[in-house]
Write a protein that binds this ligand. Structure first.
Ligand SMILES: O=C(CO)COP(=O)(O)O
Length: 252
């Protein structure tokens, strides 16, 4: 990942993928050179596949990332994985604060901020997810939620090189629903203002990804929106053809 505002298309495989999924990842590696003029590519498989994927990806145009980490570097935390372990396995970026972790594991902003700092401590980029639920949206609270999560989840010291924001409206995840381009422009513009006001020049250059039902058929429209600097893709990142087509949809 080089230029801060070059689009990043990141795939979040969530809890999907056995060893046999390596064939799909191979197809992504094979097709990556063809879209690398458009965007940086990152695939975040389940932790069990990180090392194998990272070995395959060495020298290729796809980076490998992780979906979560524990804030501590080691210790008595059964079942958890430290950022250092993920980086040791080959991860260069770690998603933190995904709404599924906020919901399934009760994660809050303070913990997510510690996880982002853990990613940095290990030498990885933190991809911090924020976004409102349907109920919050219906109550007209979207901007308040976005402001609160952003200010609570992003550590001081965030830069364009060490942090990526992913705006993922919860109601758009896995539903096939997406906000209109106008709504995305408004919310990403709002996030940009907050980032710039807190992190100055760094905030102006931080990537803000959109996530939630991104697919080949809507990628070009969404990726063309001002202050959308890439996508965090769930379901459509499991298939090489779809994932590469989304990257192909990024503006030149
Ligand atoms: O949660 C997401 C990525 O982190 C989005 O998931 P979908 O692309 O499946 O809606």
């Amino acid at each position: 990942m080089t230029d801060a505002l070059r689009p990043l298309i990141a795939g979040n495989w969530k809890m999907n993928g056995l060893k046999a999924a390596a064939a799909e990842f191979d197809a992504m590696l094979n097709g990556a050179a063809g879209v690398s003029g458009k965007a940086d590519l990152l695939v975040c498989p389940p932790a069990t596949l990180i090392a194998a994927f990272a070995d395959k990806a060495r020298g290729k145009k796809v980076a490998v990332g992780a979906q979560d980490c524990h804030p501590k570097a080691s210790g008595a935390h059964t079942g958890d994985i430290a950022a250092e372990m993920l980086v040791d396995a080959g991860a260069t970026a770690i998603i933190v604060g995904h709404s599924e972790r906020r919901a399934d594991h009760g994660e809050g902003d303070a913990l997510i901020r510690q996880k982002a700092e853990a990613a940095w401590r290990a030498g990885a980029i933190a991809i911090v997810c924020i976004g409102e639920t349907q109920a919050q949206r219906d109550a007209g609270q979207t901007l308040d939620i976005v402001r609160g999560q952003l200010s609570g989840s992003l550590p001081d010291g965030s830069t364009a090189a060490n942090l990526v924001v992913a705006y993922e409206p919860v109601w758009a995840i896995g539903t096939g629903l997406t906000p209109t381009a106008k709504d995305v422009e408004q919310i990403h513009g709002f996030i940009r203002e907050l980032l710039t006001s807190r992190f100055k020049a760094e905030g102006a250059r931080m990537r803000i990804l959109y996530g939630g039902s991104v697919k080949p058929s809507n990628a070009a429209e969404l990726m063309a929106v001002k202050n959308v600097n890439g996508a965090l893709v769930g379901g459509a990142s499991l298939k090489a053809a779809d994932f590469l087509a989304i990257a192909q949809g990024c503006p030149n």
